[in-house]
Design a protein around this ligand. Structure first.
Ligand code: V47
Ligand code: SF4
Length: 367
């Protein structure tokens, strides 16, 4: 282990590193200084220290699959390779019967979570989504439903003329137990206007999560990075989440999502190098000291980078997924994301950590 106190370089990140080692909360300036730190070994040591304080040597995974009910979307996020207009080639919209069919194919398997996220379909309302949840729960009663980003909830609520609270309660009554973290992108308003101009604004995203937390619905949070944002925008994003988490304690996991550049209109050439992905994991772990879990989402990162991220603060690798998501494959990632439980466990063990199968709420599944 490196002794950061004897490492000389930019005084900004040296001070931030000392603060992190003392277990003190980092400021925005500290976060920015760490983003400027070129010493990856130091960032690995600091973030591993922090993850050990929070999660010991455990790395969590779960048995899950995704349902993406539609890729038809009213929004026009320029980084999105997935959305289509209704009727356009490559679009899909599953009926509730189609979704029943998908769920039946998993009946009898030890799946503990169904992750449901899709486009914001112009014609579908909250009652459609409530019946969808109900249908899933009827077929897979043992599985937790983690569904709908705050962006989808925002549209459903406004279309129905219901408050966010009433909308979330209706969905909860029909089986919603947790919410994924998508739609957060980058909270800074100038960047948001450029990359997702018609999407739910940052204040509303945070407000919907706060409302969910108040109603006992636990949620995740994401950050889309590696496009036109700067380290200052990332730090701002992380601190807005940290502030809400101080207030509610309702976030379980944070997922940094690396921008994938193929087949979309954002026009950023290439993708950030692995060193930047790893640096970002470390800074997220150190700055976001109150969200317990940091997820290395392997369908987006690839298996090799996911394994390296375990040495930069990540303690969760999501789940089996079983080739059931298209958001990343349509933007240039591996086309058939699926890993078996023995494969997930072997990746974790080979990295020197202890694999723990979890449910959605990070409770261990006893075998
Ligand atoms: O918000 C879209 C991202 C998100 C691209 O909560 C892209 O456990 C990279 O919510 N390159 C949706 N990212 C996915 C999501 C999610 C994923 C994994 C785990 C969890 C969780 C939630 O996908 C969107 C957006 O940030 N996205 N296009 C792209 N080209
Ligand atoms: Fe629609 Fe989501 Fe794509 Fe934005 S990222 S266009 S909200 S599907």
């Amino acid at each position: 282990m490196i002794d950061p106190l004897t490492t000389t370089n930019d005084s900004g990140w040296r001070l931030a590193a000392e603060k992190a080692l003392r277990g003190e909360r980092l400021s925005a300036a500290g976060g920015q200084a760490l983003y400027a730190c070129e010493d990856l070994e130091l960032l690995s040591s600091l973030s591993t220290c922090k993850r050990r304080q929070i999660n010991g040597d455990k790395v969590f995974y779960n048995r899950n699959f995704h349902i993406e009910p539609t890729n038809i979307c009213v929004n026009h996020c320029v980084f999105c390779s997935y959305r289509r207009q209704a009727g356009e080639a490559g679009s899909w919209e599953y009926t509730v019967d189609d979704i029943r069919e998908i769920c039946r194919s998993y009946a009898g398997q030890p799946v503990t979570e169904v992750h449901i996220v899709g486009g914001v379909h112009p014609a579908r309302d909250i009652y459609f989504y409530a019946s969808l949840l109900y249908a899933v729960k009827q077929i897979l009663p043992q599985a937790t439903i983690k569904a709908f980003t705050a962006v989808e909830i925002d549209y459903m609520a406004r279309k129905a003329g219901l408050s966010y609270e009433k909308s979330l309660l209706l969905l909860k009554e029909n089986g919603l137990e947790a919410m994924p973290g998508g739609g957060a992108e980058i909270f800074d308003e100038t960047i948001r206007r450029r990359i997702c101009p018609d999407k739910t604004d940052s204040r509303t995203w945070l407000h919907i999560h706060e409302t969910a937390h108040r109603l006992g619905i636990r949620t995740n949070a994401t950050m889309l990075f590696g496009h036109i944002e700067t380290p200052a925008h990332r730090v701002d994003h992380l601190l807005r989440l940290r502030e809400l988490q101080d207030k509610t304690g309702g976030f379980d996991a944070f997922i940094p999502l690396k921008y994938k550049s193929q087949h979309n209109r954002l026009g950023v050439a290439g993708e950030v190098p692995t060193a930047e992905v790893l640096r970002n994991f470390a800074v997220c772990r150190l700055l976001l000291d109150n969200i317990p879990h940091l997820k290395a989402y392997w369908p987006m990162l690839g298996k090799g980078v996911m394994q390296r991220a375990l040495h930069f603060g990540a303690d969760d690798i999501d789940g089996t997924i079983d080739d059931s998501t298209k958001i990343y494959s349509m933007a240039g990632a591996d086309e058939h994301p699926a890993l078996t439980v023995p494969e997930l466990e072997a990746i974790i063990t080979a990295a020197g950590f202890v694999p723990v199968e979890r449910n959605t709420f990070y409770e261990p599944i006893l075998k």
